[in-house]
Design a protein around this ligand. Structure first.
Ligand SMILES: [Zn+2]
Length: 307
């Protein structure tokens, strides 16, 4: 299955991606991870990416797409992938579509994890982390028993600087401007499905897998049937031999058929029509499709003359 996950920062799509990886045994491809891996491996793409970053520039779409393509070529991506964090805008989506089309692996599903903006703001700005044990809280949804104190180790909780309201509001604005239009892009392709990203993680994941089962599995089943049909080629060959024999029998019957048709039709039709030419035409019409054999050809010119 080939899936793109869409959703605002704080939508929880990363969590859903991890659950999908576990359930379906397909890799999650996030551009950040790909970038780090390529740079660490010192590949050509990695070097170009590093050079761009060192120069304070953005890594180009071309490099990112190259990394995705390289990742797709690995064996574990044979049965699909989950793209998370890419594409982020329409041009990237178009480039991705073009690349996947070249590979003969078009996207099957764009899954939007939809969460209202006020909830996103609370999720992102309410986050508090324990500096000692790493426990995570949210002052709106999962507050510690004592304000700013870790339930587990009583250490002070910290508020990450990129979780402040200004930064969060800015991230959401960028998402709205650049990534939200992708929803319409994939909707136009008939590939968009939406799941509400509120409530228990497990309940959201149930909805996600329901969508996948109904969207992608039927396709996969059809493909599987085609493949197993190909594997049963030997059986088919036998069936074909039987069919040939049947066809030969049918052909011999057809060869005998024309005289019967001629015998039947003149018996009924001449009475109302009275003309002698008409029965011949009727006989030709009925006999011709069945009887490619010699006898059918002779009456045809006569029928034309009648017209
Ligand atoms: Zn703690």
């Amino acid at each position: 299955m080939r899936i793109v996950l869409l959703g605002a920062p704080g939508s929880g799509k990363g969590t859903q991606a991890k659950l999908l990886v576990e359930k379906y045994k397909i890799p999650q491809m996030s551009t950040g991870d790909l970038l780090r891996a390529e740079v660490a491996a010192g590949t050509d793409l990695g070097k170009r990416a590093k050079a761009a970053m060192d120069a304070g520039q953005l890594v180009t779409d071309e490099i990112v797409l190259g990394m995705i393509q390289a990742r797709l070529a690995k064996p574990d991506a044979k049965s699909g992938f989950i793209l998370d964090g890419f594409p982020r805008n329409i041009p990237q989506a178009q480039s991705l579509d073009a690349m996947l089309a070249r590979l003969g692996q078009p996207l099957q599903l764009a899954l939007l994890v939809d969460v209202d903006t006020d909830v996103l703001l609370k999720r992102l700005t309410g986050r508090r982390t324990c500096g000692s044990c790493g426990a995570i809280y949210n002052i709106y949804f999962s507050a510690p028993k004592t304000a700013n104190k870790c339930d587990k180790c009583s250490s002070a909780l910290t508020h990450r600087s990129d979780d402040n309201e200004q930064t969060v509001a800015n991230r959401l604005k960028v998402y709205q401007q650049q990534t939200a239009p992708l929803v319409n892009y994939y909707k136009a392709q008939g590939k968009l499905r939406t799941v509400r990203g509120v409530g228990a993680v497990s309940a959201i994941f149930k909805n996600v897998t329901d969508i996948i089962e109904s969207q992608i599995r039927p396709l996969a089943d059809v493909m599987g049937k085609i493949e197993s049909a190909a594997a049963r080629q030997a059986a088919k060959a036998k069936a074909a031999a039987v069919a040939k024999a049947a066809a030969a029998k049918a052909a011999s019957k057809v060869a005998k058929a024309p005289p019967k048709a001629k015998a039947v039709i003149p018996a009924t039709k001449p009475k109302p029509l009275a003309k002698k030419a008409m029965p011949k035409k009727a006989a030709v019409k009925k006999a011709a499709p069945k009887a490619k054999p010699k006898k059918a050809h002779k009456p045809v010119p006569k029928a034309k003359k009648v017209k």
